[in-house]
Structure formats: structure tokens, C-alpha cells
Design a protein around this ligand. Structure first.
Ligand SMILES: NC(=O)C1=CN([C@@H]2O[C@H](COP(=O)(O)OP(=O)(O)OC[C@H]3O[C@@H](n4cnc5c(N)ncnc54)[C@H](OP(=O)(O)O)[C@@H]3O)[C@@H](O)[C@H]2O)C=CC1
Ligand SMILES: N[C@@H](CC(=O)OP(=O)(O)O)C(=O)O
Length: 333
């Protein structure tokens, strides 16, 4: 397949190239696109050094598959035209996630939604990591309410977010100066920030509402009661999530552990006696979402469960999930 990665110089785009190679996606030609800023620069890839092109429909229309990792505004301006030109498009931005005619897919949960669609939306990273663990629990015990608190890495804000955390951490440690900020609302180094994206009229942030809106769509549970508090922390990679659920039927930690141990895309890491639990340091670079600290939550009687998740948001939350979707597009013909 002729494959294009659009946004190839960014945090997600670079991972997309690596994931395509790692999963031996049948690439006959790889084209890398970014903005005019990067056009002409060369990027090392498993297929050799490739020159970045400035994106244009003319240059991309001969692709079989386009993996978009640019902004929502860019996707709104270009994705449908690309799909109408016959290119299968998987979009990582939030532009189309809630559009009725565009499936929003996490293959472990709702691969069937792909059907014959040629424009597929990849979910918000926090959401993808959450639903991979929630869906098997829903199937086994039913799901009544979900409360999530997140601990999200700097790379969720893209390559510039990572660069800012590194630069400002160095500034504090080496120069003793105060940490600055441009990407984040406040200095992130040596801090945590309970704001990701803009505030909504209901006092939640947009990131928090995406977790609710998108989980409902992916899981096909439009009335699911779900509340999220999304927090940025000074790690580079992996989003962690403390999750509390109320199930419809009684649940025990042992039964939940057994369900999650069999679930695709989940790895149970839960041995408190050995101090084993999910952490960004162990989840970095891993395809599976780590699930641990599984315990009964007494607030919801025998239907309450607490767990802690760590997922590499550049992989399952973005590049890996997008390529998993593309693999199914290929199978669909
Ligand atoms: N980071 C994450 O954890 C996740 C991100 N996403 C989504 O994925 C998308 C990409 O995010 P991320 O990789 O973090 O962002 P980055 O800021 O790291 O990368 C953005 C990319 O878009 C390119 N770009 C910008 N403008 C244009 C343009 N006009 N034409 C072509 N390419 C352009 C940039 O190229 P250049 O270098 O030339 O400027 C760069 O390659 C976003 O929609 C984001 O919401 C989704 C899930 C997780
Ligand atoms: N908002 C996420 C990453 C992201 O880009 O999400 P979305 O694609 O929904 O805007 C974060 O900052 O961690």
C-alpha cells in the first residue's frame, strides 16, 4: 500500500512511522508530509531517509492510506477531500470524532463500526486507554457509573509540550530560575496542572468532556454516567488514570482481575506484595494498557471497583490504535 503520514514530524506522526514498521504493515511506498516549515528536511525511518513534503491534496491523492496526525482544523480542511479522492483516512484529531457519519474506533471494543467507511476517527488518548479496560468489565459485570482522575504526560500536548517540560526542568535545576511556560497554562516542571484544554460552560474542561462523549460513542452507551478530572503532570510519556466504577452486577477484585487478564490490549500488573502496579516507567513503549491496584470500592457496596491504568498515549492512545484500524481497513478490502 502507498501510505502517507501527515504530521510526520510531530509526536504522534513519528510514532506512526515506527508502528507501521513494527507491525510490518504492507507499505510499498511511504510518503511523509508536514507543514511548509519542515518541507525539504529529511527524516530517518525504517524505510531509509525520507524527505518531508509540504502537504497538498495533489501530492497525497495517489495514496491508498493517509494517517493524519495534525490539528483538528487541518483535518476539517483536508480529511473529507482526501477521502473523496479515494484515499482511506484515519484521523487522530478530534475533528470528526462525534460526527454521526464517521466511526470512532478502538478495535478491541468496536471494530465492527469500521464497516466500509473510508474516513475513521481515532479517539482521544485518555479515552482509548480507558475503554480498553472498561469494555471487558462492562461485558462481565455491566456498567452503571464511572469516575476517572487522570495524570497526563507532557507529550499529550505534542512535541512542543515535551520540549517545554525538558527545557524548563533544566532551567530550574541548572540555572535555579523559575520555570516558564508557553504551551501549558502554567509552568509544568515541578507542578501539576488541573486543566487540559479549555473550560466548558459546565466547568469541566474539554479534555474531561471528551472522555465522557467519546467513551459513550465507542462503547455504544449514550447514557453512561461518567465524570472525569484531567490533570497534566510532569512526566514525558504515558497517561495514568485512577478509575472507579459502579457495576450493575456484583463484582469482586478477583473476578475483575480474571476478566482483565483475558482482555485484548490489557496487561494486568497487580501484585501489591511485590510492589507491582502500573506506572508510566513500565508502560512506556508498551502496546498494552497496564491495569492494577484492583480493589473493591466500598462506596458502591458489592458493585464498586477501583483500578489504576497506565497506557502509552502515543501508542494505544494514538499511533498504535490508528494502525490497528488501518489493518482492519485493509482486511475490509
Ligand atoms: N500527543 C498525543 O498524545 C495525542 C495527539 N492526538 C492528536 O494527534 C494530532 C497530532 O498531535 P501531536 O503529534 O501531538 O502534535 P505535534 O504538535 O507534535 O505535531 C503536529 C504535526 O502537524 C504538522 N503540521 C502542522 N501544520 C501543518 C500543515 N499545515 N500541513 C501539514 N502538516 C502540518 C506538524 O508539522 P511541522 O513540524 O512542519 O510543524 C507536525 O508534524 C492532534 O490532532 C492531536 O490532538 C491524539 C491522541 C494523542
Ligand atoms: N489532549 C490530550 C492529547 C490530545 O491531543 O488529545 P485530542 O486528540 O483529543 O485533542 C493530552 O493533552 O493529553
Amino acid at each position: 500500500m502507498r501510505v502517507g503520514v501527515i504530521g510526520a514530524t510531530g509526536a504522534v506522526g513519528k510514532e506512526l512511522v515506527e508502528v507501521l514498521a513494527k507491525r510490518r504493515f504492507p507499505v510499498t511506498e511511504l510518503c511523509l508530509f508536514a507543514s511548509t516549515r519542515s518541507a525539504g528536511t529529511k527524516q530517518k525511518t525504517p524505510w531509509g531517509e525520507i524527505t518531508i513534503e509540504a502537504y497538498s491534496l495533489e501530492a497525497a491523492r495517489n495514496l491508498d492510506l493517509a494517517l493524519l496526525a495534525v490539528s483538528g482544523d487541518f483535518a476539517k480542511a483536508h480529511a473529507r477531500a482526501l477521502a473523496e479522492a479515494g484515499v482511506a483516512v484515519v484521523d487522530n484529531s478530534s475533528a470528526f470524532r462525534l460526527e454521526q457519519d464517521v466511526p470512532l474506533v478502538v478495535p478491541e471494543v468496536n471494530a465492527a463500526a469500521i464497516g466500509n467507511h473510508r474516513l475513521i476517527a481515532n479517539p482521544n488518548c485518555t479515552t482509548a486507554i480507558l475503554v480498553v479496560a472498561l469494555e471487558p468489565l462492562r461485558q462481565a459485570f455491566g456498567l452503571r457509573r464511572v469516575i476517572v482522575s487522570t495524570y497526563q504526560a507532557a507529550s499529550g500536548a505534542g512535541a512542543e509540550g515535551m520540549a517545554e517540560l525538558e527545557r524548563e526542568t533544566r532551567r530550574v535545576l541548572l540555572e535555579g530560575g523559575p520555570a516558564g511556560h508557553e504551551v501549558f497554562a502554567h509552568p509544568l516542571a515541578f507542578n501539576v496542572i488541573p486543566q487540559i484544554d479549555s473550560f466548558q460552560p459546565n466547568a469541566y474542561t474539554r479534555e474531561e468532556m471528551k472522555v465522557a462523549w467519546e467513551s459513550r460513542k465507542i462503547m455504544g452507551l449514550p447514557d453512561l454516567l461518567i465524570s472525569c478530572t484531567a490533570v497534566r503532570i510532569p512526566t514525558f510519556r504515558v497517561h495514568a488514570e485512577a478509575v472507579t466504577i459502579e457495576t450493575e452486577r456484583p463484582v469482586t477484585p478477583e473476578a475483575a482481575r480474571a476478566v482483565l487478564a483475558k482482555a485484548a490490549g490489557v496487561k494486568v500488573v497487580d501484585d501489591p506484595a511485590a510492589q507491582l502496579y502500573p506506572m508510566p516507567i513500565t508502560a512506556t513503549g508498551q502496546d498494552d494498557v497496564e491495569a492494577g491496584r484492583i480493589r473493591a470500592n466500598p462506596v458502591f457496596g458489592d458493585c464498586g471497583l477501583d483500578l489504576f491504568l497506565c497506557g502509552d498515549q502515543l501508542l494505544k492512545g494514538a499511533a498504535l490504535n490508528a494502525v490497528q484500524i488501518a489493518e482492519r481497513l485493509r482486511l475490509a478490502g
